[in-house]
Design a protein around this ligand. Structure first.
Ligand code: UDX
Length: 447
């Protein structure tokens, strides 16, 4: 009989995982503690913008016409405990308020709520990003709380999906990492992932701590690549170099590679910033803090980019104060194809200029509602053309395709001054200059 799967936590990770598991042919029951989320999901609606996710949900959510009916949602822990052979824990692990460390309260609460309902054999699989050592601790807690005792087992299976590509990354992962302690756990997870493994996804078997570390070290490496190229951008600024050419040239070396070398206002979002901080905090607890002090520098290079964008804008406006200046900001999400504004560099820059007296108007294709909630005092426009109306300078801060496809000639009619600053090195300088714009990007003073 096909395995029955539950997914606990239905955010970016959980909602996508639940839909993907249904797509792979399993019966799936998703649980969340937020009633509004569950109500939306039951109607086949997604609480956030993620390309392809709503279609996939609607294909499987029970009660929707034409669906497979394999995917249901509940708020009832007993039902979840009863239903599942494999339980995926996908709740979030934000940064603790006022500390670098990771807030484990949602993960802990999920285990405390689920375990008492595990009366028979079950595999609980942690997917949340957690400090190394958590799986060991949670396995002990599970054994303590579950009526099934040793028949309720733990595995750790980190998730590497990127927002904007979540569906594809989940259905066709570039690797599947599982930390297990028994052959039974390995066998169950091989069954869950049989389809992607047959299609070529490598299946990497590890112990608990290594599985946890794979996730935090992968994110640290990505953050390091971005901050590395941003550090080179700073040097290019000082030396009249061109960081885009530099990245292209070093990227031809296969050992370095081209990806994740786009200089600009840096990384944000719900993962990289908090994950590298939690990693440093955890290494400190383990007495290995020296090993990760470099991440402190990665973090500060990254945060510095935001300030440098503000200074670039000030300089472009003549060097004085922002008072009375009209600044158009294209982009609010932390990256394109997402409505996520958590720790968004774009909104951070917009907020700083606003606080210094600039009249900032923001437009983003999908992130407007979230941005308004987070920064209600900024002005918002319904289109790029509206946002730039009367602007003294235009800041391109999230590299949506829509912005690359803008017609600089048309936009030029709306602005006061044809001055664009590219905080993502994603626009074509030639196209803008031909339409009479002054184009300036980070790390390319002469390009
Ligand atoms: C990241 C990891 O990529 C993913 O594997 C993990 O599961 C979760 O964290 P995500 O947060 O969706 O995914 O974003 P990602 O695509 O990694 O981008 C992170 C940030 O880096 C964005 O703000 C992006 O704009 C920025 N970035 C990315 C750069 O500034 N330059 C680059 O070259 C690449």
């Amino acid at each position: 009989m096909a395995l029955k799967i539950t997914v606990i936590g239905t955010g970016y990770l959980g909602a996508t995982h639940a839909a993907a598991m249904a797509e792979l042919g399993f019966e799936v029951l998703g649980l969340d503690v937020v009633p509004e989320k569950i109500e939306m999901l039951k109607r086949g609606e997604v609480p956030m913008y993620e390309p392809g996710l709503e279609e996939l949900l609607r294909k499987h959510v029970a009660g929707i016409e034409g669906s497979s009916g394999r995917l249901r949602f509940t708020m009832d822990w007993a039902e979840v405990g009863e239903f599942g052979d494999v339980h995926f824990v996908c709740v979030n692990t934000p940064q603790k308020h006022g500390e670098y460390a990771c807030d484990m309260s949602y993960v802990d609460a999920a285990f405390e709520s689920l375990a008492p309902h595990l009366h028979g054999p079950a595999l609980v699989v942690g997917k949340s990003t957690v400090p190394v050592g958590s799986a060991d601790r949670l396995a002990a807690r599970l054994a303590e709380l579950a009526p099934a005792g040793e028949d309720a087992e733990l595995a750790w299976n980190p998730e590497f999906l990127r927002e904007g590509f979540a569906v594809n990354d989940t259905l066709h992962p570039d690797r599947i990492v599982v930390g297990v302690r028994s052959e039974r756990a390995e066998k169950l997870l091989r069954e869950v992932y049989a389809t992607p493994v047959t299609a070529g996804s490598p299946f990497v078997l590890t112990d608990f701590p290594t599985a946890e570390l794979v996730k935090t070290s992968a994110n640290s490496f990505l953050a390091t690549k971005i901050s590395f190229i941003n550090a080179m951008a700073e040097v290019c600024e000082a030396a009249d170099g061109d960081v885009v050419k530099l990245a292209e040239a070093i990227g031809h070396d296969e050992r370095i590679g081209k990806k994740f070398l786009r200089a600009g206002i840096g990384f944000g979002g719900g993962c990289l910033p908090k994950d590298i901080r939690a990693f440093m905090a955890r290494a400190g607890e383990l007495g290995a803090d020296q090993a990760l002090t470099f991440l402190r520098e990665i973090d500060s290079i990254n945060m510095r980019q935001r300030g440098q964008m503000v200074e670039l804008a000030r300089e472009a406006l003549g060097g004085g104060s922002f008072l009375g200046k009209r600044v158009a900001v294209l982009g609010a999400a932390f990256k394109p194809d997402s409505d996520d504004v958590r720790d968004s560099p774009a909104l951070n820059v917009a907020g700083q200029i606003h606080l210094q007296g600039g009249q900032v108007t923001v437009y983003d294709p999908k992130g407007m509602a979230n941005a308004r909630r987070l920064f209600p005092t900024l002005a918002y426009a319904d289109s790029a053309t509206e946002a730039v109306r009367g602007a003294d300078v235009v800041l391109h801060l999230t590299e949506w395709r829509e912005f690359r496809e803008l017609d600089p000639a048309v936009l030029g009619e709306a602005v006061t001054t044809r001055l664009i600053l590219d905080g993502r090195n994603a626009l074509d300088p030639e196209v803008w200059r031909r339409a009479g714009w002054t184009y300036r990007a980070m790390g390319r003073p002469t390009a």
